[in-house]
Write a protein that binds this ligand. Sequence first.
Ligand code: GDP
Length: 342
Amino acid sequence: MAKDREKEPGAARGASDPAELAKRIRAGDRAALARGITLVESSRADHQEQAQALLTLLLPDTGRAVRLGLSGAPGVGKSTFTEAFGTFLTGCGHKVAVLAIDPSSARSGGSILGDKTRMELLARDPNAFIRPSPAGGTLGGVARRTREAMLLTEAAGFDVVLIETVGVGQSETAVADMVDMFLLLLSPGGGDELQGIKRGIMELADLVVVNKADGELVPAAKRAAMEYKAALHLMRPKSAHWQPDVLLASALKGVGIAEIWAAVEAHGKALAQAGELERNRAQQAQAWMWTEIREGLSASLKTNKEAARLIPSLEAEVKAGSMTPTVAARRLLGLVFGRPNP
Ligand code: GDP
């Protein structure tokens, strides 16, 4: 423990005591918040235990933020947008936390939010908190750590949480599963770009923002917005109480930012009135529990010696078509639960 404290500059004496840490996080202490997130991100068993104790203590203080997801292909302007949107919100008196899910960050060295120089103002803003994606592990693991970090930022008093991801597919679903509203940032590229984006991602969007609607790009941005609107109308809406819209913005010039926030507020109000906000969050928490169970089961299988020994041959048989996947799965589960093999 002592060694760990030395490594953690923000950790004061007693910082690993969950009750003390919870108190400091509730008081809005940023170093304590950072320490809490470090615990959540750690794979050490004792840290995990402290993290869960901390989260349990803070659970009553969570859930009061607007939870937003933000996605878009690299280069579309996510960092620029976050800087503009975040500073707009802190200017309105909000406290903004920016987190990320980027399962590739272990390989790329933390692409999203890793480079805070692109968000210079927000990074220095005392009412903003920026934390890059936890690195490494499965998408499920990265998602859990971000979700738990979100709860900690809420307990610390941040009332808008923005969770970013890149437009690649599965990580979008992970983000959509933990937020109230999903924003998709697109460029004035129009139809060509639409083809490149997985349809599924468009279906997740509660709001599409065509960024870079400035200068010479304005006409193209308007055309793109029409195309996206038409595409959205063909999709089944996620909610009976909200029709996804397309807005134009220039993150660079700060145009359209207030309108985007107005749409976020309108969405929150519409869903809250219908009871859908609470229902969604309850379902998300329940789904998260099952994700944890699945992850926990896979982990136990991999640490079970006999299972670890059997996995390669069972996988080979399943691939070769000589054993059904169900029989293989049951045999492995039988090892963990100590039941006889089917
Ligand atoms: P990210 O990879 O999605 O985070 O994109 P960045 O925020 O790093 O932006 C990529 C490039 O697009 C940079 O050169 C930005 O200056 C530029 N950019 C971002 N937003 C706008 C905008 O609203 N208008 C214009 N013209 N350029 C923008």
